[in-house]
Ligand binder design. Sequence first.
Ligand code: MEZ
Length: 575
Amino acid sequence: MKINKLKNLLILIFFVLASISCNNAGKNLNNGTFIGTGRGQNGLIEVQIKVEQGKIVDAKIIKDNETPGIADKAKTQIIEGFLRDQSTSMLDVVSGATITSNGILDALDMAVAKSQGYEPETVTYHDTMCDIVVVGAGNAGLTAATEAARNGANVIVLEKMETVGGNSRFSTGGLNAAYTKEQELLGIKDSKEQFFNDTMKGGKYMNDPALVHKLVDESAGIVEWLQQPSIGADLSDVGIFGGSTNKRAHRPKGGGAIGAHLVPLLHKAALDSGAEIRLNNRVIDIIEENGAATGVTVSYSGGKYNIKARAVIIATGGFAANPEMVVMYQASLAGFGTTNHSGATGDAFAMVKKFDAELTQMEFIQIHPTVSTSSGLMITEAVLGNGAILINRTGRRFVNEIETRDIVSAAILRGPGKTAFILFDQKIRDSLKAIENYAQKGLLTEGATIQELAEKLNINEKYLDGTLKQYNKFVAQSKDEDFNRNPSSMDHQLSTAPFYAIEVAPAIHHTMGGLKINPNAQVMRKSGNPIPGLYAAGEVTGGVHGAERLGGNAVADVCIFGKIAADSALKSIGR
Ligand code: MEZ
């Protein structure tokens, strides 16, 4: 137990340092040669790093079975970036080679962690028991673990990856909540009813209304819960994403990325509350006795073991990084890249078959419209929400930029070259911290004037100039006569030089379908009854978002239903 606590602490320190600054990650390194492994497209990838005087002086891939071609670009680009930054924290996957890229990044993380004294292989696990097992340490799992442990349950969290955070590590946008103190302070008028209606409309009314009511009703509460001093989140800035009538996406001051903010805080809160987090521990089976979930079987580098538990919470995320499963449910998405981390492979679905659990709406898979074509990095919808426009290669707007993602993605894919440019000015850059991350990565094309930008983008400058004049007129009159864009996302005229553009195209982002749950986060059987002892939260579930999820509703979903799953599990065990 002590070794696990120490391990958790070391990982937490590593994660916090890595998330504060890419340069800090090198400060704790011990000299020597360290090997790390990650899972690529065709098996394990092995990397070796060399540390001298606390600095990484060499890094190379020493074993892999990746298919030559685009994977080579990922190998070169990531290793070069890693040596330059001395960390993986600011590196992105290479478009078209997501699984390979994530495998290399995971392997480098492991080698760095080892150079900091963390040796996962030294820990041995045995059969054990606890009150609540949480499967997955993204924000849904970490929220559930925090809530369960601080209410007295003995909690073990099992995470198959090397680090906590799952996809939540990459979420940038915000957490949708209505009727909050933060909105009131900013003079934003909103209502739970409007939030409910927007979410149902975005989901094409295919959502489970009972789950949406729960999401909406608990949203202001979760903003408070996350901001309580013992967790310490800052959700004081409020923006808007596609499909929302009002500004309700809560995020850190200045528009910083919400994932990098919440993951370390929830990780620390879970550990402080007494939850034990076991990384590199993959759940391979859920134990069933008389129809109830009573524990899990876990696989790790030292073998297999069982944990008996009084309740199991599944928080394993979606399946957007499993191309076979994506195509099985939605053939039209063959060949699309993904914004997801490599662990989002939908492992839970096979494990719940024996319970006769119902899977719902698996065919509803979201593509995010604005993923950088040069880096594969998702460009947050907050850039559009804060006032940027989308233009095509003729320099013209072609869609209401803050429509739902299916509509914006389809419009981009209909256009010339199937890509578009997000265009904004210095004022919008100043309004959103997340943009600095894109600037540091060299994703911005900059023009001192609109003419210069047009030239760099190879776009007719007269058309581009005309587009901006027209859009600025719409901002001034607070009415978009061309595409009827929501004026809440038209705060600024695009007139403050310099001007910027990022080329983007759609990629798979979120799997809306999954385990059917009731509003208490109990997993449902096909018969319509809840499965005793089995709870689920976050992207592994289906029904909250219907056919299309609104930006900002995922972070709300994972935190709200993570907490609900814990509360229901606590109740079932009499805590
Ligand atoms: O909820 C999301 O997926 C989201 C807001 C993503 C983003 O564009 O930042």
